[in-house]
Design a protein around this ligand. Structure first.
Ligand code: SF4
Length: 486
């Protein structure tokens, strides 16, 4: 049962938010509602908007409505035509399939968009969040659409204490006055996109600063250039993005700026530098460094850095592993930053031996650097170290990522003098960085903690904070963050 603290004055908070966002562009679905009042267009735009930026959704919806401005004309389009019209919205192939099936599904409701949540969720591609949004926006009926912004901000405010959007919806149904139900989503989406952003919220300009509980928040820093003279900590991010060209379509360049980090280490880039757009190669303020696999579309690591390195090392001097583009190290005056994408042991543990050999070679390489200066290792380690680091330990002892052999190597790594920075600050269960795309695992928080920032033990006092950024979407992993005083 979710806890409900409700210490804030919700009327006051939402009124303040409404004033703060009155000049912010309204979410695209609300805009379409105001412009057309048409449940068909609102439903289609809502389906398109999932995991997609508003500008992309607006353009895609416009192209699609030029081809199909009502349900019967949508029924005459092929899946391929829909797909071409809506590209590049996130998951455009799946959404084209759902939209192709939609007219037939609506026959059960007299070729009209139904009003009730129960009916709406029977439609292809319509989950509870979409159903709530359509019911409230298209029909002005009591419904609370809880998307990632509403869930996140209500928890930051400690108005609810929940660990999933569904639990937030249920908690809000009990405690949020009904007069806010229709508007809370568009207000908090606009607020979440402009001020209380998922990464580094802009608390410095927020009218709620001072009264907001700021639960779990690390606000953005105003000063951009850290230095040893003024002792601002460096901020590092590590993220397995599961394909940089895929995550680019989900607003990666904007997210990267939003991290406001000095170094952003990426794993599983799945691209050679010559396959990257000029936008990805030229992110203002950052220089990027790449170590790609010889095999196209496979593995690969990269680092975006605001700090100029003394040296860039690709690989670990082991051709067997280096051809897979798994390690990239930057040397700075007082530390090494190693970005690593550890191999996956694979189905049937076919690559377990390969992984264990890689792990040993990696440890030898890191130990060598460790003799010179501080070594920070980050990346996707592809192993959950302890039972607390995954949801279902007992069921996974024979599976890749939690075998006794992989965990024993992690023990030996720690014994060799490295510290798991996250566990310096947090001993709680249910802290994960990866979730399967299947079984709605992320929403249910059935996950694994396999992404780490580790540091040699003698430098542990330089770590000021370590966190998991669970709210950042775009990959099956979420980023992890480290604050480090060099
Ligand atoms: S003070 Fe910061 S965390 Fe709180 S609502 Fe404002 S931006 Fe969000």
């Amino acid at each position: 049962m979710p806890l409900c603290s409700m210490t804030i004055d919700i009327d006051d908070f939402l009124t303040t938010v409404a004033r703060a966002v009155e000049n912010v562009q309204v979410p695209v679905v609300d805009l379409i509602a105001v412009q057309t009042g048409d449940p068909y267009r609102i439903l289609v735009a809502t389906i398109l908007s999932a995991r997609t930026k508003d500008e992309v959704t607006a353009r895609a919806a416009d192209r699609l409505f030029q081809l199909a401005d009502d349900i019967p004309s949508l029924g005459r389009l092929s899946e391929d035509s829909i797909s071409r019209a809506i590209y590049p919205v996130g998951f455009f192939r799946s959404k084209a399939k759902y939209l192709r099936q939609l007219p037939e599904a609506l026959q059960a409701f007299g070729n009209q968009v139904p009003e009730s949540i129960e009916d709406l969720v029977t439609l292809p591609g319509v989950g509870r969040k979409t159903a709530n949004l359509v019911r409230s926006v298209a029909f002005k009926k009591p419904a609370i659409c809880v998307d990632t912004h509403v869930h996140r901000i209500m928890n930051i405010w400690e108005y609810v204490t929940t660990d999933s959007p569904f639990k937030t919806e249920m908690a809000l149904r009990r405690q949020l006055p009904e007069r806010h139900w229709l508007t809370v989503n568009s207000l908090l989406v606009a607020f979440g996109q402009s001020i209380c952003r998922p990464v580094s919220p802009h608390c410095d300009i927020c009218p709620l600063a001072g009264t907001c509980p700021q639960r779990g928040v690390t606000p953005r820093r105003i000063m951009k250039k850290p230095s040893r003279n003024n002792q601002l900590p460096y901020r590092f991010i590590s993220w397995n993005i599961n394909g940089i060209r895929a995550v680019e379509k989900k607003g990666f360049a904007e997210m990267l700026i939003g991290f406001d980090a000095d170094i952003i280490a990426l794993q599983e880039t799945k691209a050679q530098p010559d396959q990257l757009s000029s936008e990805l190669k030229n992110i203002t303020g950052y220089t990027s460094y790449w170590h790609s696999a010889e095999r196209k579309g496979y593995s690969g690591v990269a680092i975006y850095s605001r700090l100029e390195p003394l040296r860039v090392l690709t690989g670990i001097d082991e051709p067997e592993f280096d051809c897979e583009g798994r390690v990239l190290t930057l040397e700075f005056p007082t530390f090494y930053l190693m970005n690593i994408y550890f191999p996956n042991s694979g189905e049937g543990l076919k690559r377990l031996d390969f992984k264990l050999r890689f792990n040993e070679a990696l440890l030898i390489f890191a130990a060598r650097l460790q003799q010179e200066k501080t070594v920070i290792l980050c990346g996707d380690f592809n192993v959950a170290h302890k039972p607390i680091d995954l949801k279902n330990p007992a069921a996974n002892v024979k599976n890749a990522g939690f075998t006794p052999e992989e965990r024993a190597w992690m023990d030996s790594f720690i014994a060799a003098g490295f510290v798991d920075s996250f566990r310096m600050f947090n001993q709680e269960p249910d802290q994960y960085t990866w979730w399967s795309y299947r079984f709605n695992a992320r929403a249910k928080n059935i996950g694994w903690r396999i992404d780490y920032f580790c540091i040699d033990a003698k430098s542990r006092d330089k770590i000021l904070a370590a966190a998991i950024l669970q709210e950042v979407m775009g990959s099956d992993h979420c980023p992890v963050r480290l604050e480090f005083l060099a």
